[in-house]
Design a protein around this ligand. Structure first.
Ligand SMILES: Cc1cc2nc3c(=O)[nH]c(=O)nc-3n(C[C@H](O)[C@H](O)[C@H](O)COP(=O)(O)OP(=O)(O)OC[C@H]3O[C@@H](n4cnc5c(N)ncnc54)[C@H](O)[C@@H]3O)c2cc1C
Ligand code: SF4
Ligand code: SF4
Ligand code: SF4
Length: 427
């Protein structure tokens, strides 16, 4: 399928529709303002060209990173670790690596671009200039963010010689670099290791679903709330009850929240994510940040990381290595190898595959209610006793003992071909 480069009948194409990441480099480069973005049936934005304005210069096609990939780096240094500042770590999705980098730029009177939730709780990119505003960018928003005018604002600031930090998904960074068309010494880029971006349409339906279910006027959403745990991807939705002013907080996690379950089952990721060219160790940004999964505490280290979070940090360019010398002071770090990093994170090796249920999901989505979609595709997990204990209990010796015991029992039952005897418990 191809993205038709106009809203009428010409056969002018930018890139294959399923490869389009929605980065907006094409729109930003068009000096005739001929490109606008419109949502497709799944809620993902795609370029549409106004034939009346387009002069067929071909610039949009050549700037598109799908047609002309940007240059890449191989990581020079890899770390696991977390911020020294407990509050920063708490407000961040992993260990607070992004904030450590951002604070260094803001302290040099720079500007930092990243994703925030706006007043309508939609994910958009904005620029911030003060450390006090960093909270707006902290934390992952698991939904595709709209870049809006951030590329243009970044360019304006770069031209004045101001330091600019731009953070986002790898495809957004590739879009920015293609649009800028040259290297700036005062630009630093940070990308995330990316599982893929969910549809904004599903996120909007989820917000309505929770608001109705909990009778809530939603004020704020956190996608990786650490109140109970870091490893369980807890969604926290805050607001006021419809009738009174009582404050309500809903917290759902990996095992029982429909949105997080749906996200990790991959049915509503952007089509380009299943064949993503950035899910590997060749990076398009100075820094790459992510979760460090499966962290093992060293002797003497507190084993509170399952609650507080651990970052993976990759310094990909000489610029990043240089900058990180100072940033290191604000973090607790352990140097790692790229092979270790690959073991913690699948998206460093390959993109997640398109599930066989995806086409049916979107077919059903047109006719079924969101509640029915939840019970059909985003239902809560039923867990074996070992996983249930892992999910419910804190990381102590007793938990480790119980898990070992139940894993052995479950394996024995499987070996005896009696798996039907293993109970499955609702989380
Ligand atoms: C859609 C998505 C998929 C991800 N997939 C993985 C994965 O597979 N494996 C993994 O280890 N980590 C993944 N991450 C990254 C992870 O969740 C953390 O964001 C990352 O580890 C940084 O955490 P931090 O503690 O350093 O800082 P945080 O303060 O948590 O990081 C915030 C940073 O994330 C950026 N950001 C937040 N939401 C978005 C968004 N919607 N679009 C673009 N940028 C955004 C902000 O601009 C800011 O730079 C993903 C993040 C997102 C948004
Ligand atoms: S071909 Fe040129 S004028 Fe037409 S949409 Fe692309 S960039 Fe704009
Ligand atoms: S430049 Fe970006 S938004 Fe435009 S067609 Fe290419 S991938 Fe899609
Ligand atoms: S998986 Fe790839 S295409 Fe999808 S949002 Fe992430 S970087 Fe972009």
């Amino acid at each position: 399928m191809l993205t038709e480069l106009n809203n009428h009948k010409t056969s002018f194409f930018i890139c294959p529709e399923d490869s389009c990441t929605g980065c907006t480099a094409c729109m930003n480069v068009c000096s005739h303002a001929a490109i606008s973005f419109i949502p497709d049936e799944e809620g993902f934005l795609h370029p549409s060209v106004d034939k009346g304005r387009c002069v067929n210069c071909g610039l949009c096609k050549s700037v598109c990173p799908v047609n002309t990939p940007v240059s890449r780096y191989l990581p020079e240094e890899v770390y696991s670790g977390w911020s020294n500042d407990g509050q920063v770590r708490l407000c961040s999705s992993s260990g607070g690596a992004f904030s450590a980098i951002a604070i260094s730029i803001l302290n040099q009177r720079g500007i930092v671009f990243g994703c925030t939730l706006n007043a309508d709780l939609e994910a958009v990119h904005v620029g911030i200039e003060r450390v006090e505003d960093l909270y707006r960018l902290q934390g992952s928003k698991y939904v595709q963010s709209r870049v809006e005018d951030s590329y243009k604002l970044a360019k304006q600031n770069l031209k004045t010689g101001r330091k600019v930090l731009f953070s986002g998904t790898p495809c957004q960074i590739a879009g920015l670099r293609s649009y800028l068309h040259k290297n700036y010494d005062n630009l630093c880029t940070v990308d995330i290791i990316c599982h893929g971006v969910p549809s904004p349409k599903i996120f909007n339906d989820y917000k309505r679903h929770i608001a109705k279910k909990k009778r809530l006027r939603i004020e704020n959403i956190q996608f990786r709330c650490k109140k109970y745990s870091w490893i369980f991807f807890s969604m926290s939705v805050n607001g006021y009850t419809e009738k009174g002013s009582a404050r309500v907080e809903y917290i759902g996690n990996y095992y029982n929240d429909p949105y997080i379950r749906g996200f990790l089952r991959d049915n509503f990721l952007r089509p380009s994510c299943y064949s993503c060219q950035y899910c590997n160790i060749r990076r398009c940004s100075d820094f790459t940040i992510a979760d460090w999964w499966g962290y093992q505490a060293e002797p003497g280290e507190l084993s509170d990381f399952e609650k507080k979070g651990v970052s993976l940090i990759m310094c990909n360019s000489a610029k990043a290595v240089d900058m990180f010398t100072e940033i290191k002071q604000s973090m607790v770090l352990r140097q790692r190898t790229i092979e270790e990093a690959k073991r913690t994170n699948l998206s460093l090796s390959r993109p997640f595959a398109k599930p066989c249920t995806r086409d049916l999901f979107w077919k059903d989505y047109k006719t079924l209610s969101f509640d029915t979609m939840v019970s059909k595709y985003m239902y809560p997990e039923r867990l074996t006793p070992s996983v249930y204990i892992w999910a419910k209990l804190p990381n102590t010796k007793i938990r480790r003992f119980l898990i070992t015991f139940f894993v052995r029992c479950e394996n024995l039952l499987r070996k005896l071909k009696c798996s039907f005897l293993i109970p499955h418990i609702h989380y």
